[in-house]
Design a protein around this ligand. Structure first.
Ligand SMILES: Cc1cc2nc3c(=O)[nH]c(=O)nc-3n(C[C@H](O)[C@H](O)[C@H](O)COP(=O)(O)O)c2cc1C
Length: 195
């Protein structure tokens, strides 16, 4: 059943396959804030993900306060070790690219598959966002800052939670170029006689 609807200028809700093939990391956004109902729909799509023994070990924080996002970005940049390995990319001034919404997916300490569950929820969320015309990007650069005691306290995450996936969400300001991917590397394909 289709649960998502949007008031952004999406031509239509994409099929699952179109969303998979058309999702790209978006790093340029219009200065609009995605409304709460739509963010709620994305969270609902996230929690439909497969989860080990149906544990659903996730919890979410949503940040739509631009001053807080700037403070968090500054903290993320501050925590990056200067000179710790050559970087193949230039650091942005704002690790959130001025997106108006950050969704953080936290994992509860409930077993060995918590990180996997959180990442599956993240992909659901990003595909659902793409399907309704929103852009997203995982911001791994913000993970260390989000796991500091001060930011856990600010976002009401108890100390036993781990921030696994920070995702920015917004209305894209343009179109991203198509993905460049290598074809799948298949190591083995052991087929029986009937194939
Ligand atoms: C674990 C992870 C961390 C990432 N961290 C960042 C980040 O901090 N900043 C950023 O701009 N993109 C980040 N990305 C996005 C990747 O750069 C992007 O997915 C990759 O270049 C492939 O492009 P595509 O998403 O458009 O297919 C991250 C992606 C993943 C999966």
């Amino acid at each position: 059943m289709l649960k998502l609807s949007t008031d952004v200028a999406a031509p239509a809700v994409l099929s699952a396959l179109d969303a998979i093939y058309e999702r790209r990391s978006v790093r340029s956004y219009l200065p609009k804030t995605v409304d709460r109902r739509l963010i709620g729909n994305l969270l609902d799509a996230a929690v439909q993900a497969p989860t080990a023994v149906n544990e659903s070990p996730w919890a979410f924080a949503v940040v739509q306060d631009r001053k807080a996002l700037k403070r968090l970005s500054d903290k993320a940049l501050q925590l990056l070790q200067p000179g710790a390995g050559a970087r193949s990319f230039a650091l942005p001034d704002n690790v959130f690219y001025d997106a108006g919404t950050l969704i953080v997916i936290y994992g509860k300490p409930l077993g060995p598959f918590v990180a996997a569950d959180c990442w599956l929820a993240a992909e659901n969320l990003m595909l659902a966002a793409r399907a309704v015309g929103l852009g997203t990007c995982v911001i791994g650069l913000a993970t260390a800052a989000l796991n500091t005691p001060e930011w856990k306290a600010e976002l009401k995450a108890s100390s036993d939670l781990t921030a696994y996936v920070p995702i920015i969400v917004g209305v894209p300001s343009g179109q991203e170029p198509p993905a460049r991917r290598r074809p799948p590397e298949v190591l083995a394909w052991k087929a029986g006689l009937s194939v």
